[in-house]
Structures are given as structure tokens and as C-alpha cells.
Design a binder for this molecule. Structure first.
Ligand code: GDP
Length: 196
């Protein structure tokens, strides 16, 4: 349970099919979220990088799983974003097949981190993604990103809506977060460190 050295980060690979998933016994911290929710920004915020996980990745180029090795101790595993309105059926199918393979295989997820938008009720896709994580039985952290766009008085109500919509049980941790302002960063790192 040591604090990781976040300066020591290597991009390992992009996996486009199950054959390329990493299975080396290291903990896997798995990040998921709809496109544009700020998933890359959250990962970059954690790693103190500007552009390590790619911000604003193009639709059509994102159907792979990116593996980052942190301090040789744990992977930050970046799942492809979902919910783009304008993707082809072929691309949606590729996404579905890759996610199905990933979530069906035991042992690939140590901690699931789902990133949602603090401003909005989670989408149907978010609900599905949360259900997939729950089915694996892995512990989960929900990151409600873009908190800086909310007024203080809105925060509590929005967090309650997120908890209810995703049907989170009490053990699930929900962290109000802003990648832009770095709000919640220490709390999220503390949660991750419990599993590394
Ligand atoms: P991804 O597609 O989920 O990886 O999302 P990105 O990290 O590329 O971010 C999408 C957009 O949201 C970019 O314009 C970011 O600058 C912006 N963004 C990300 N996080 C925050 C945040 O905490 N606050 C605000 N205001 N904007 C954010």
C-alpha cells in the first residue's frame, strides 16, 4: 500500500482484441466513461501530465484499450469511450465485441473507475457500463467530473441523482471531481492506492 511514483509512467500498448489483453498479475485500474466526459483529462490529472492519455481522441480511432504502467506496479487501463452519436455500426460492433471480451474474462479488473458528468443524470449507456462493472464483482469508484461547471448548491442533489440512477450500493465510492481544477484528485489517488 505504498504511494506510487506517478512520475514513472510508461505507455505499454493498445489492445484491439482479447489476444492483446495484458494478463501479468499486476493490478488493473480500469477507467471507463462516455466520449467527451473527460476520461483522458482525469487520467492526465492523476498522472500530472498534459497530454499523456490523449485528450479529444477522434471517433473512429478509439476502439482499443490503452495500457499505461504506473511505477512498474499497476496498470491504468483506459477503455474506449462510448456514446458517440455519429459512429458507424461497424465501429459500434467493434466496441461491443471488445467490451464483451474484456468484461467476460475474469481477473482483468482490480478496480473499476467510471467517469460520469457531474452536471447530468447518467445516460442509459452509463447505466449499462455500471452494470457490467458490477457483474464482475470488482470494487468501483464513480468519478463525477466537470464539477467546476456546477454551482455549489447543485452538488449534493446531482450526486444523489448519480447514485440513484447508477443504483450504487453504499460501498461504492462517489467522488465529485474536476480534472480542470484538480478537485478530488487526492481522494481518487487514495482509493486507487488501496488496490496497488
Ligand atoms: P474524453 O473523450 O472522455 O477523453 O474527454 P477529454 O479528456 O478529451 O475532455 C473532453 C473535453 O472536456 C475537453 O474539452 C476537456 O478540456 C473538457 N474537460 C475535461 N475535464 C474537465 C473538467 O473537469 N472541467 C471542465 N470544465 N472541462 C473539462
Amino acid at each position: 500500500m505504498n504511494m506510487m511514483n506517478l512520475h514513472n509512467v510508461e505507455f505499454i500498448k493498445s489492445a484491439a482484441s482479447a489476444g492483446a489483453f495484458i494478463r501479468d498479475g499486476r493490478p488493473n485500474i480500469v477507467f471507463s466513461g462516455k466520449s467527451n466526459v473527460g476520461k483522458s483529462s482525469v487520467i492526465n490529472c492523476l498522472l500530472n501530465r498534459k497530454n499523456f492519455a490523449r485528450v479529444g481522441a477522434q471517433p473512429g480511432k478509439t476502439v482499443h484499450i490503452n495500457y499505461f504502467l504506473v511505477d512498474k506496479a499497476a496498470y491504468f487501463t483506459d477503455l474506449p469511450g462510448y456514446g458517440f452519436a455519429k459512429v458507424s455500426k461497424a465501429e459500434r460492433d467493434r466496441w461491443g465485441a471488445l467490451m464483451e471480451a474484456f468484461f467476460a474474462e475474469p481477473g482483468l479488473i482490480t478496480l473499476g473507475i467510471m467517469i460520469v458528468d457531474a452536471r447530468h443524470k447518467p445516460t442509459a449507456d452509463d447505466v449499462t457500463m455500471a452494470a457490467w462493472f458490477k457483474e464482475t464483482g470488482c470494487p468501483m469508484v464513480i468519478v463525477a467530473n466537470k464539477l467546476d461547471k456546477l454551482a455549489k448548491r447543485e452538488i449534493e442533489g446531482n450526486m444523489a441523482v448519480i447514485r440513484a440512477t447508477l443504483a450504487l450500493d453504499e460501498s461504492a465510492v462517489l467522488i465529485p471531481f474536476s480534472a480542470e481544477k484538480r478537485t478530488g484528485r487526492e481522494q481518487l489517488l487514495a482509493e486507487i492506492t488501496r488496490f496497488v
